[in-house]
Design a protein around this ligand. Structure first.
Ligand SMILES: O=c1[nH]c(=O)c2[nH]c(=O)[nH]c2[nH]1
Length: 301
């Protein structure tokens, strides 16, 4: 029987790196979840058990913590690019490194109208993400950056319709011209290049996604997502394409008629499952080649 090793990668998943900057009494916090993975010529490690080419996952984890101290964190995209380049240099058998970082946002606690120096509260408006793929050596080195936001929970209490859809004998959904539209948005956008002011770009795209969600009168979540994506591509030339994964968090009007109570769009039951799952990519006609940018990014069509 002829068998061989197929696609493989290995690394340390979800190192929770918390970096406090305490050079002054006004501390700063960065709270990251860092995952690294190497891929390349690792047949021996699997087939014969010879580990001479394997930079241990434990070392990868240590490097993330050491770099957080020695180099600082900076924008998560820069931190990921630095780690990815380092791992490729440190492990000669690796052809590619994939670094994924999530950043959990903290805000200062307000005391007497002032942000406290060293007390923070987790803020609930989305988790910033990046997936960086670095590959090649020397002049052939290429880096692909896909950044995004997850857990961005948004809701419109009106301004959303859904009607005119295909019907067959199993269709029971009533048409509506006034419903709640809610989702926990995951968006990931691929940068065209790496000469980007990462923080400025992230802040701008996040603000735009929110304002477009509010502004667009929705005829379906599909149309809302497309409009949000088109706005990002129109206003952010550094972005080549953007992908969305959006659960349609259904809110059903509660029937209060058994109690002879009218319910004109005021009391809903929030269903947690099942949910519609709407996924879409909005892409420039002349977008650059995606290369390995989307390598092992699960859940995106
Ligand atoms: O925005 C929506 N898109 C759909 O495809 C769909 N399907 C459904 O039952 N409700 C909705 N809502």
């Amino acid at each position: 029987m002829a068998i061989h090793l197929g696609a493989n990668q290995y690394g340390k998943a979800e190192s929770r790196v918390v970096r406090i900057y305490r050079d002054t009494p006004r501390h700063q916090i960065r709270d990251l979840n860092v995952s690294s993975a190497l891929r390349g010529r690792f047949e021996d490690a699997h087939v014969t058990g010879d580990q001479r080419d394997v930079l241990p996952t434990d070392t990868q984890k240590n490097t993330a913590f050491a770099f957080a101290k020695e180099k600082g964190v900076g924008a998560i995209e820069d931190f990921a690019l630095t780690l990815g380049g380092h791992f490729l240099d440190a492990a000669p058998a690796a052809d590619g490194a994939r670094i994924e970082i999530e950043e959990y946002p903290w805000q200062r606690i307000t005391v007497d109208d002032t942000g406290h120096d060293h007390s923070f509260v987790r803020s609930g408006s989305g988790i910033r993400t990046t997936v960086v793929n670095v590959q090649g050596r020397g002049d052939d080195r290429k880096a692909y950056v896909v950044s995004g936001i997850s857990d961005l929970v948004v809701l419109k209490s009106t301004g959303s319709e859904f009607h005119g859809f295909l019907k067959d004998r199993y269709t029971t959904l009533p048409e509506t011209n006034d419903r709640i539209l809610a989702t926990s948005l995951v968006a990931r956008w691929r940068y065209d290049h790496t000469e980007v002011d990462w923080d400025k770009s992230y802040d701008g795209i996040k603000a735009l996604l929110l304002s477009e969600f509010a502004r667009i009168h929705s005829f379906a979540l599909q149309q809302t997502l497309y409009g949000m994506g088109a706005a990002v591509l129109e206003q952010h030339p550094e972005v080549a394409e953007i992908k969305f994964s959006a659960p349609n968090k259904h809110h059903f009007l509660v029937d209060l008629s058994p109690f002879e109570i009218d319910n004109p769009g005021e009391v809903f039951i929030a269903a947690d499952r099942p949910y519609g799952l709407i996924e879409a990519t909005v892409v420039r006609d002349d977008a650059s080649d995606a290369g390995s940018a989307w390598h092992a990014v699960p859940g995106f069509c």
